[in-house]
Ligand binder design. Sequence first.
Ligand SMILES: *[C@@H]1O[C@H](CO)[C@@H](O)[C@H](O)[C@H]1NC(C)=O
Ligand SMILES: *[C@@H]1O[C@H](CO)[C@@H](O)[C@H](O)[C@H]1NC(C)=O
Ligand SMILES: *[C@@H]1O[C@H](CO)[C@@H](O)[C@H](O)[C@H]1NC(C)=O
Ligand SMILES: *[C@@H]1O[C@H](CO)[C@@H](O)[C@H](O)[C@H]1NC(C)=O
Length: 365
Amino acid sequence: MFVPICVLLSTLTVLTSASLNSTAASCTITKYSAAAILDAQNQCSEITLRGINVDPGETLDLTHLQKGAKVIFDGTITWQYEEWRGPLLRTSGTDVEITGTADHVLDGRGSKWWDGKGGNGGKNKPRFYYPNNMKNSKITNLNIKNTPVHAIVIKNCDGLVLENIRIDDSDGDTQGGHNTDGFDISGSNNVEIRSSTVYNQDDCLAVKSGTNYKFTNNFCSGGHGISIGSVADGVTVENVYMADSQVERSANGIRIKTVSGAVGKVSGITFENISLKDITNYGIILESDYLNGGPSGQPTGDCPITDLTIKNITGTVASGGSNVYVIVENASDWKCSGIDIKGGTKTKDCQGIPPGSDTIHLRLV
Ligand SMILES: *[C@@H]1O[C@H](CO)[C@@H](O)[C@H](O)[C@H]1NC(C)=O
Ligand SMILES: *[C@@H]1O[C@H](CO)[C@@H](O)[C@H](O)[C@H]1NC(C)=O
Ligand SMILES: *[C@@H]1O[C@H](CO)[C@@H](O)[C@H](O)[C@H]1NC(C)=O
Ligand SMILES: *[C@@H]1O[C@H](CO)[C@@H](O)[C@H](O)[C@H]1NC(C)=O
């Protein structure tokens, strides 16, 4: 079988050979050109992007990948500065794999945008990576650094595994990083995030909507913890399994927040085998009174949290924080066991814990 190899220096070399088997071609791009990247997707099933510097205000657009294609990042990939919404990188496809070599880095150079305001004002900051309309696909071995704001925003995917993803926004701790969510997911089905690491200043995981997600064997540091929500009006979150992970140096350990007044459903949620360390606000917080400007203190019951399992959650909250806080309405079918969180000195009254199902554990604050 003839396997053509095209090495692309400034633009894509167009292969005209009659024997070209386009689905087997392998291409390398070493200088950014939107046209060359589009051509490569049309012609190559394996695309290496090495050391490119993307033009200001442009998305590194990999939404035209052939079925079964593989993208490999190599060297240092950067983006030039511009105030805009992004994303800086976007991928779509079926049966595709997005991966990186052992020493690559996707460097968002976030400090150019960081101003302590995140998505709430100041500079208009680009989201980093949108995996969008990906089906039966994989994203593996990525090394992401210093995202201007949200790192990975997954939307409308069905059958996506993210494995061994490192997001390191820790420079933002002292340089004004804010709203640097690790993984946000909405409108998707069957998404699994595993064996990944996030150093950031907002949610490690934020599940906004969708069904059948798994988050396992992950490490979260510096941010707001592992979250379902905020769950907005008209939205369903169903069957989310979060387990075998560690959260440290974060505002919260595990959290579910539904927006005050929302109509929707949060059901089939499991948190299991999660250890906490140096949590500043809440080890566990479950709230149905969330508002962006601050919680209302009046939980509402039209987006009830049902079929919730919280099992074997252990660790420490800093003094001044609360080990557990629950303020919900209309919740049912909770199974809680093995909750052993210590250190928090601020006791808050819990409200709305459904009777039975071992909820004694949630009352021990
Ligand atoms: C082209 O490559 C694909 C993938 O390797 C292979 O399945 C297919 O048989 C090849 N077609 C031809 C005509 O060589
Ligand atoms: C929780 O940890 C225990 C002990 O290590 C293990 O047997 C169990 O399978 C874990 N549960 C999950 C869901 O991984
Ligand atoms: C509880 O979870 C921890 C991980 O956080 C695990 O090491 C431990 O074995 C689990 N214990 C049980 C009883 O499942
Ligand atoms: C409880 O939730 C159900 C289902 O969403 C809803 O129909 C009902 O009105 C809610 N009740 C209260 C008191 O909020």
